[in-house]
Design a protein around this ligand. Structure first.
Ligand code: ADP
Ligand code: MG
Length: 385
């Protein structure tokens, strides 16, 4: 039997964006205290944490202070240096481990892990240096060049139709190591949010269907409108990935569906944007589960109470004729079926995730229509001011 870490113990989280903020809310709701490490003084999670260490992820005095005050630490984004996690691991519970994070924070390591374990992936080539461009054959085009580390929300990616464009994009990325992936014709994208406890127990949320615009998640629909057998495949691969990485915590696995086959796209070592619907549609949301896995509180299988459509709100809609202007949120019905979240970021920028809303109900097509209606009204920036 492992000991449950009980409130009011202090938990730590590295990263203070919206995912961190929801973790803080879940943990505090259960009576824990939370320290957030994030260099941004206005970070959404830092602003509501018990302690905000506003400094770099490599600041050893801050890491030492986490060691003194926290019992267990988790992360909210994959680009936390693995060395930081290793440093904390010598004295604290760190979930997920530096080892698991270091595999999935680098697309080259991640692809090697998928290949070694025979997970289905689309055609790709590693471009580690200028010489490796010579090994690329024409079957790969059209393709997407992805920088191996530090890309997110479609950043650090370039569409390339031929060798010339590939060479140009690789130079633009300062010849940093990359993966070149064949651009698949997608029928759908789905994700699985899975939780694995330290005793190996795994639970998962229902499979989610995702629609992206310009590489950024736009809409998520739960449960996914894809065949049962594809959903079972997705859950099977997500479980296998978690076990092979000896992963502890919440993990999001993204999949492509092309030609009626499923391909693993990538793993996020943290709660996933597509799982935000669980804040309103499930008995325990993905951030509650993150707290449970971190504290060894026994996991229970999350129950989907209502179907859900989640829509991301990017900074773009805060601009009218190129000028920042207030949004009119009156268009939301005052009911518990349409729930709006604004993350409290200090500045709206195009492409920046500023908030999201979720519409819940029993009829997926009905809530999808309503969500699209709200989305189109908001994107017209119908402010009365
Ligand atoms: P990020 O880390 O930014 O989420 P992804 O690799 O998941 O990067 O790419 C973002 C989105 O771009 C995907 O969800 C998908 O819509 C599209 N995309 C990425 N790779 C491919 C591919 N090989 N074929 C088709 N679409 C792709
Ligand atoms: Mg992705």
């Amino acid at each position: 039997m492992v000991d449950i870490i009980k409130p009011p113990s202090m938990l730590g989280i590295l990263g203070g964006g919206q995912l961190g903020r929801f973790f803080v809310i879940s943990a505090q709701k259960m009576g824990y205290k939370v320290t957030v490490l994030d260099p941004d003084k206005n970070s959404p999670a830092g602003r509501i944490a018990d302690i905000h260490l506003c400094t770099s992820y490599e600041d050893t005095s801050a890491l030492d202070s986490i060691k003194k005050t926290c019992i267990a630490v988790t992360i909210e984004f994959e680009n936390i240096p693995a060395t930081t996690l290793e440093y904390l691991e010598t004295d604290l519970i760190v979930r997920p481990s530096s080892k698991a994070v270091s595999v999935v924070q680098n697309r080259i390591h991640e692809k090697a892990f998928f290949m070694d374990n025979h997970f289905p992936v689309g055609p790709f080539v590693v471009i580690s240096d200028i010489e490796s461009l010579a090994l690329v054959t024409n079957e790969i085009y059209p393709a997407i060049l992805k920088i191996a580390q530090f890309g997110y929300d479609g950043k650090g990616q370039a569409y390339v139709a031929n060798r010339k464009e590939l060479e140009y994009a690789f130079e633009e990325f300062n010849r940093k190591p990359c993966i070149l992936e064949k651009k698949l014709l997608l029928e759908a994208e789905v994700s699985v949010v899975l939780v694995r406890a330290s005793n190996g127990k795994k639970v998962n949320f229902p499979v989610i269907e995702n629609q992206h615009i310009s590489g950024i998640l736009d809409i998520s629909i739960t449960p996914a409108r894809v065949s049962n057998s594809l959903c079972m495949d997705a859950i099977h691969y997500a479980e296998l990935i978690a076990s092979k990485l000896n992963y502890i915590g919440v993990m999001g696995v993204e999949f492509f569906i092309s030609n009626e086959k499923i391909y693993v796209n990538e793993v996020a070592p943290r709660p996933h944007n597509s799982g935000h619907h669980s804040l309103d549609s499930c008995d325990f949301n993905q951030f509650d589960q993150q707290v449970f896995a971190l504290t060894d509180t026994p996991l229970n299988n999350p129950k989907l109470i209502k179907n859900a459509v989640m829509v991301n709100l990017l900074g773009d809609i805060w601009f009218k004729n190129g000028k920042l202007s207030p949004l009119n949120f009156d268009i939301f019905e005052s009911s518990s079926k349409e729930i709006l979240y604004i993350y409290g970021k200090s500045e709206a920028r195009p492409g920046r995730k500023m908030g999201h809303f979720t519409v819940i109900g029993n009829d997926t097509e009905g809530i999808l229509i309503r969500a699209n209606k709200i989305k189109s009204l908001l994107s017209k920036n119908v402010s009365k001011d």
